[in-house]
Write a protein that binds this ligand. Structure first.
Ligand code: ADP
Ligand code: GLC
Length: 486
């Protein structure tokens, strides 16, 4: 089965969030099951720099607006990601001084609709035979950036009477839809009748996400709970009606954890390595973390940590509200994050107020994320909504018990610790109400368990034994590819 994964970022070359982790881990997992997988990426500089043995496949001739300075398709290998790749070399589109989607002031680039339409268009062109040596049977597009691929594929099928490839569209976050002014529709080169409520039109605008949801053969999202939640108005972001109408084609497939990157038994970024049967080195990781952060070096104080984008989605104002109580009860707190300036300032102020017990590192730091998760006792993910969430999975694997809100993928991956679950399935702490009181009650249960050393260890070992490899997800994607890819 030849599968093309189309996405905008890939770990470790370019990452703004969990999408990159998925894009980096899924291809090798699929390959282990016998699939022939390649990825298609925009030619951002870190991706071009990572491409080895690059050869030009073709000059691209998309609708004129999509590549104003010209574009060509390169084929090569990304050793850092262990995958063969196609990269769209279009410097005018992708060489920018800020991030992949927005400039240094966090303003989205004005031509994002063109930059990412080019990604979807090129995916479809590959399915139509752009590279005579390799034609995908399935195009798997991720998030709004690649979401026009199914629309271009449908248009190609309508024009030729022959379906070039099956299509799968995966929603990683329904809130980021790729909405653009209607006047841009004409630039995309799609059939005029696609600008319709049964198509890419959404309240008078162009909606890339909707194109994926409408035209793909199958839709997936990254947890079963989120697959249900997005069919309801509260979390449907205006697309719940369309999602309900496609319920037969929609499924939730939980993300996994890339064991080559996140495994405390082999992680070279840690002060010491450990596993479920030998947890001694985790205490060393904790002491090293406390020293690194200037926290009081105290084994008896549980460290609650957060590793997160600082956005509304993540519910971190609940942590800010609960923080004084948490500290008063003897806990320490450490955060790694970046994003919203108000949240950054509030966390910085909290650290300045209690330097012995609260540490905050603002910015993006992959290596520190490993040290923080390994050295902490609890990882908090109190999200308003969470399609899957990866950091709670890292927490499980590193014996750092997750404290999460019961929503989306968090609900699907963490089992609450109560008297009746302690000996059976408890792996963390779960709360329902999106309020600081809910979070604090769960934190109280974490603090109580932490004092019961043997029981803490028991839950920790169960958490570490949870299956969260990519093999299960990869098998489910492969089953879908077989349904649509002929
Ligand atoms: P989302 O994709 O919504 O941000 P996920 O939990 O799926 O949430 O994935 C977040 C990924 O980004 C994880 O790999 C996490 O470790 C990483 N991450 C988030 N913030 C930072 C940061 N400030 N520094 C390093 N890694 C981070
Ligand atoms: C999104 C979601 C997150 C998910 C990630 C990878 O960024 O916010 O919950 O884990 O995609 O699928």
């Amino acid at each position: 089965m030849r599968v093309l994964q189309a996405c905008a970022e890939i770990f470790p070359l370019l990452k703004t969030g969990g999408l990159a982790d998925v894009a980096g881990a899924l291809p090798p997992a699929l390959r282990a099951l016998g699939a022939d997988v390649r990825v298609l990426l925009p030619g951002f500089l870190p991706i071009l720099d990572g491409l080895q043995n690059a050869e030009e496949v073709a000059k691209l001739s998309p609708p004129a607006a999509l590549a104003p300075g010209g574009a060509r398709l390169l084929r090569g290998h990304l050793p850092a990601c262990d995958v063969d790749a196609y990269v769209i070399d279009a410097p005018a589109c992708y060489h920018r001084s800020g991030g992949p989607y927005a400039d240094a002031q966090h303003q989205p680039y004005a031509d994002n609709h063109l930059r990412f339409a080019l990604l979807g268009w090129t995916a479809a062109a590959l399915a139509e035979g752009l590279d005579a040596a390799w034609t995908p049977q399935v195009v798997h597009a991720h998030d709004w950036h690649a979401a026009l691929a199914p629309a271009y594929l449908r248009a190609a099928a309508e024009a030729s009477g022959r379906k070039p490839a099956g299509s799968i569209y995966t929603v990683h976050n329904l809130a980021y839809q790729g909405l653009f002014d209607a006047r841009h529709f004409a630039e995309l080169g799609l059939p005029a009748h696609y600008f319709d409520m049964h198509g890419v039109e959404f309240h008078g605008q162009v909606n890339f996400m909707k194109a994926g949801l409408y035209y793909a053969d199958r839709i997936t999202t990254v947890s079963p709970s989120y697959a249900r939640e997005i069919q309801q108005p509260e979390q449907g972001c205006g697309l719940d009606g369309l999602l309900r109408s496609r319920a037969q084609d929609l499924s939730g497939i939980l993300n996994g954890v890339d064991d080559a990157v996140w495994n405390p038994a082999t992680d070279r970024l840690l002060a010491g390595r450990y596993d479920a049967t030998g947890l001694e080195a985790k205490a060393g990781c904790k002491a090293a973390l406390q020293r690194e952060l200037g926290l009081q070096v105290a084994a008896a104080s549980p460290i609650f940590c957060v590793v997160s984008r600082l956005t509304e989605q993540k519910g971190l104002h609940l942590v800010l509200q609960a923080l004084p109580e948490l500290i008063a009860r003897g806990a320490q707190f450490a955060l790694l994050g970046s994003g919203d300036t108000g949240l950054e300032a509030a966390f910085r102020a909290a650290a300045e107020a209690s330097p012995d017990a609260v540490a905050v590192r603002l910015g993006y730091d992959e290596a520190f994320a490993h040290r923080l998760i390994a050295g902490s006792d609890v990882i908090m993910v109190p999200s308003r909504y969470e399609p899957c969430g990866l950091t709670q999975l890292y927490g499980l694997k590193y014996g750092t018990l997750p404290l999460v809100r019961r929503v989306g993928g968090l609900a699907d991956t963490v089992a609450d610790t109560r008297l009746e679950t302690l000996d059976t399935d408890a792996t963390g702490f779960v709360f329902d109400d999106f309020a600081a009181t809910g979070l604090l009650q769960a934190a109280d249960r974490a603090l109580a368990l932490y004092r019961r050393v043997g029981e803490w260890r028991q839950v920790q070992q169960r958490a570490m034994a949870q299956p969260c490899g990519w093999d299960v997800a990869a098998a489910r994607y492969l089953a879908l590819y077989r349904q649509v890819g002929g």
